[in-house]
Design a protein around this ligand. Structure first.
Ligand code: SIN
Length: 523
């Protein structure tokens, strides 16, 4: 295998956490691995909500932390929540300084949106639903202007190399459909910031590339994974048959949009005192139940926004327009779609994983902030806070020395194995059908058997094995958790277990042992 070495810090991924960490590490030399052109294809750029931060006079970090803990259904690490939300304001100010054009009031304050399960309007945003795109645009411009950052575009990571429990290299290949033989890149330290897993589902709001590869890669190298069963389903993906499904941001409900079914009935009022602004898991299950009953759930923005939706929520309006829908005239059909992975690579307060020389930030990590149900717009906040923590931790671990930090230019020889698109489609189908909004033992076992069968068909394709590793971890942990909690709902165990919730810590070896046990059972 082609092999290249540098004293640069290698960052896998090019979303919000990756860019922010690269800037925080500067002038320390960094090599960033971006599967697409910098700024394209990252789920951060698709974030419509914004960044949750207690910025108003009546709000406080304590209230933000309390909402985070409450939404997380008993498994949020309260210390992590308190520390993370306390830092929110300084990151908003830092993003502003870096050029993010947040919406401002005439008095110079920040315009704040209300999203579900928040006690106050506290989501800082850009032009309604453009937050992720605009923050990314500002950070990409900064990274492009930072000489210490080398970006390898059109390249994806497929495996970690380890020695004695310490990461020593990352195998990469060209990310286009033709692929390439792998090349091994060796750096001074490794930061994974390559997104979550929701694209492992057939119905998802995530970009096509976000399919659990980073979590799977770390798990295959032996990293401990936390809470993989907790996958968040967004209640209002626009149900027009697009893959991925366009999002209709929760901020629309914050503006007063309501959920109705084909009979025009508002069904959320009977289910939760906060109706459409109930915690996301509750709304997602209600949408799913309406759809299963053939009642065609829809988001009605007409009375709340009328034609304003077109200027105030341009991404939602554009998704409607390209599908022949006018939300000022008719309600928007919606479905529950896999949106965010609360679980991920277990990390400590510095973002350090269980493997040596490895840090993780953003959706690929599991810090303990989100518990079983992430509070809206806490995802970008967590990526910012932990990107900076990882950068500081890496700086402390490496000290000032960056001699020998030359650029790497792999030649990428022909060869390599790329995932079979039909196998990916089958994997995504089984995840939606059996590891989705409503789960039970029979379905989860069927999923584990099917994942094993698909994996056996592509044993030499690391990119696919990363996906099946993450799928196995999600399904196995969901099978092991015999209760319902937050986004993890089992119709064979519909109540939470008594007492405080516990977090899952699991290795791929443990998940595979459970999968093998299931394979031995008669279906
Ligand atoms: C949304 O805008 O509804 C999504 C925000 C988030 O997932 O945090």
């Amino acid at each position: 295998m082609e092999e290249l070495s540098t004293r640069r810090v290698i960052i896998v991924g090019a979303g919000l956490g990756a860019l922010y960490a690269a800037l925080a590490l500067a002038p320390r030399p960094v090599l960033m691995i971006s599967p697409e052109r910098l700024g394209e294809g990252a789920s951060s750029a698709w974030a419509q909500g914004g960044v949750a931060a207690a910025m108003s006079a009546e709000d406080s970090p304590d209230s933000h932390a309390a909402d985070t803990v409450r939404a997380g259904a008993g498994t949020v690490d309260a210390e992590v929540a308190a520390r993370t939300v306390r830092e929110a304001r300084e990151h908003i100010l830092a993003l502003t300084d870096l050029g993010t054009p947040f919406d401002r009031t005439p008095e110079g304050g920040y315009v704040l949106s209300r999203e579900a399960a928040h006690s106050f309007a506290r989501v800082v945003r850009v032009r309604g639903d453009q937050s992720g795109a605009e923050i990314m645009k500002a950070l990409v411009a900064q990274v492009r202007a930072t000489p210490s950052v080398q970006v390898l575009e059109g390249v994806k990571a497929i495996a970690l190399d380890t020695d004695g429990g310490r990461v020593t290299g990352v195998a990469v290949q060209r990310s286009g459909p033709e692929g390439s033989a792998p090349a091994m890149l060796r750096g001074a330290a490794y930061l994974l910031a390559g997104g979550g897993s929701a694209g492992l589902y057939a119905v998802t709001t995530n970009p096509a590339r976000i399919r659990g590869q980073v979590i799977g890669m770390a798990a295959r190298a032996g990293a401990v994974i936390a809470d993989p069963e907790f996958v968040q389903f967004h209640p209002t993906a626009i149900d027009v048959g697009e893959d991925p499904a366009p999002l209709a941001t929760e901020a629309l409900r914050g503006e007063g949009a309501v959920l109705i079914n084909r009979h025009g009935e508002r069904f959320m009022q009977a289910l939760h005192p906060d109706a459409e602004l109930a915690p996301r898991d509750i709304v997602a299950r209600a949408i799913y139940a309406q759809a299963q009953a053939g009642l065609r759930p829809m988001l009605d923005t007409r009375a709340a926004l009328g034609a304003r939706i077109k200027t105030q929520f341009p991404a939602v309006a554009a998704a409607c327009a390209r599908n022949g829908l006018d939300p000022a005239e008719a309600p928007i059909p919606v479905a529950a779609a896999a949106h965010y992975h609360m679980g991920g690579i277990a990390v400590d307060a510095e973002g350090r994983a269980s493997l040596g020389n490895l840090w993780v930030c953003g959706e690929a990590s599991s810090t303990g902030l989100h518990g079983a149900n992430r509070l809206a717009s806490n995802g970008l906040l967590e990526a910012l806070v932990y990107a900076r923590a990882c950068a500081a931790g890496i700086g402390r671990a490496l000290g000032p020395d960056s001699a020998g930090a030359g650029e790497l230019h792999p030649e990428f020889r022909p060869g390599g194995v790329m995932p079979d698109p039909e196998a990916i489609a089958a994997l995504r189908r089984v995840m939606t059908d059996h590891v989705g909004v409503v789960r039970n033992a029979a379905g989860l076992k069927a999923a584990l058997r099917e994942i094993a069968r698909l994996e056996a068909g592509q044993p030499d394709c690391p990119a696919f094995l990363n996906m099946t590793a993450t799928a196995t971890l999600i399904a196995a942990a969901a099978l092991r958790r015999e209760e319902s909690r937050g986004a993890h709902y089992r119709d064979d165990f519909p109540a939470p277990r008594g007492g405080a919730g516990t977090r899952t810590r699991i290795t791929l070896a443990e998940a595979l042992a459970l999968r093998q046990q299931v394979e031995k059972e008669t279906p």
